[in-house]
Design a protein around this ligand. Sequence first.
Ligand code: ADP
Length: 279
Amino acid sequence: FYTRAAPLRDAQGEIVQWFGTNTDVTQIEKAQEELRAANRRKDEFLAMLAHELRNPLAPISTAAQLLKLSDLDPERIRRTSAIITRQVQHMTELVDDLLDVSRVTRGLISLQKERIGLRTILSDAVEQVHSLIETKRQQLSLEIAGEMPSVMADRTRLIQVFTNIINNAAKYTPEHGRIAVRVKQDADRVLVAVEDNGIGISPELLPHVFDLFTQAERSPDRAQGGLGLGLALVKSLVELHGGTVSVTSAGTGRGSCFIVSLPVADGGDAGGEKLRSES
Ligand code: ADP
């Protein structure tokens, strides 16, 4: 403890009482260490960000040089411009995520809520990830227990939530893996579980997957790219919808399961969609 004390004196200058404060130094040291760790994470994040933004520039530049050649056949031109489009799209997604994180952190995201059935949301999200799933020859199934409830949600933002989670499931699951999206209603909540049989999440990483700037420090390898912004955004967006998101994994190599819980829109299932299970 660090003690600071001051005397209270009477008219003759005699000390009649001491006033003091005791400060727990270990608490201060702990807070300072946390600050230093947060700073380190930010520095690492900046380095990673620079790297991720720098990476696509080389192929874009080479492709642009190639396109200047006059003797390129149409097929080569098509393939070369596809490289540019893909890399620019990757950079755009990254910058969009960064802008979103900054908006969420400053409380600047406003939701345009409407009553929507989850079916459209989930099919749109699956659609966004379709080509990755197809390329990796993975199997995706959508299972709905009972009726599909409606939620009060911002369509674009909720699609973004599920696209992120399903995209991760595809990204962190090897070829021919399985991804299951299951929906069920539990009283006034609807639960959407996205389960994969991919690389899984270690017990050390598990409590931190929703933190900002986590990936650099803790991910076992950086082979998959990415900045670790997606799930932090997912969490903020789900919470803005009055929901929660959680994750379980039996460990490395044993798959992961993300569960989003959202309040069902008032008025029960009216307006919800009747659905049968499909694969
Ligand atoms: P990114 O994928 O860009 O790194 P995310 O915020 O989406 O960022 O994910 C954070 C981390 O959580 C990932 O780097 C990865 O280690 C882990 N992760 C997320 N989803 C899965 C999943 N389905 N399977 C295994 N690990 C996952």
